[in-house]
Design a protein around this ligand. Sequence first.
Ligand SMILES: Nc1ncnc2c1ncn2[C@@H]1O[C@H](COP(=O)(O)OP(=O)(O)OP(=O)(O)O)[C@@H](O)[C@H]1O
Ligand SMILES: [Mg+2]
Length: 242
Amino acid sequence: MARGRLGNSCRVSSMDEVIRVEDLRKTYLMGEYELEVLRGIDLAVKKGDTLSIMGPSGSGKSTLIQIMGCLDIPTSGKLYIDGVDTSTMNSDQLAAIRSKKIGFVFQFFYLIPTLSSQDNVELPMVFNGLSHEERHKKAYELLELVGLAERADHRPSELSGGERQRVAIARALANDPQIIFADEPTGNLDSKSGQEIVHLLMKLNTKGYTIIMVSHDFEIARHARRIIYVKDGLIEKTEVVK
Ligand SMILES: Nc1ncnc2c1ncn2[C@@H]1O[C@H](COP(=O)(O)OP(=O)(O)OP(=O)(O)O)[C@@H](O)[C@H]1O
Ligand SMILES: [Mg+2]
């Protein structure tokens, strides 16, 4: 049983699954009518695996990844993170899971424009109990990991798009997550920078991080071991790439 700060939630999914969703649904109430965005998604992702999510615009990919990453909650269905059922968790418990286990990377980076790369990466560490020196050292090591140590003092406006995304990836790693969710991480980059970013994500996978990414581009998506195709809120098909 999982206890401690996540409460008495039952462990029922397999231990080697870092994510499991069962009959996941999301419906938005739009005035008079209901918009069914996710209509029953079943999916399991093992620890250390890589998964890409493809599908047409509006099919529900971002909604799905945001629910799996505890940024949003489903209307119904189950989400297990690391074997723990999240469905009865309150917002504080979900926030604890998010800060301990999950890192997010977005298409538009969302770096703080007035802060250096170093300070952007340090920011999520502020509440994790590390001293200033420890935070500084760790952020610098993460910038080294993403190949950007020599840009530590640059602000976002002094970086290329690919470099900004590297900083955002380093920031996503700040609190040692198990899972990296990336929603179109290359969507705002040229194809060369995009390839470099997906190679970085796959390098992180070899270090043990589970990678779940959304992409419109098969040349990006194919780097994952498995691709799911979402259409009209359902998984239309699954392709095992390698
Ligand atoms: N907060 C919301 N309220 C109402 N409808 C929403 C909300 N968020 C998303 N939607 C709708 O849900 C549907 C799925 O949106 P979602 O962002 O998950 O699509 P997507 O597959 O990520 O698309 P894209 O490839 O364009 O990013 C869309 O029709 C969108 O308009
Ligand atoms: Mg989207």
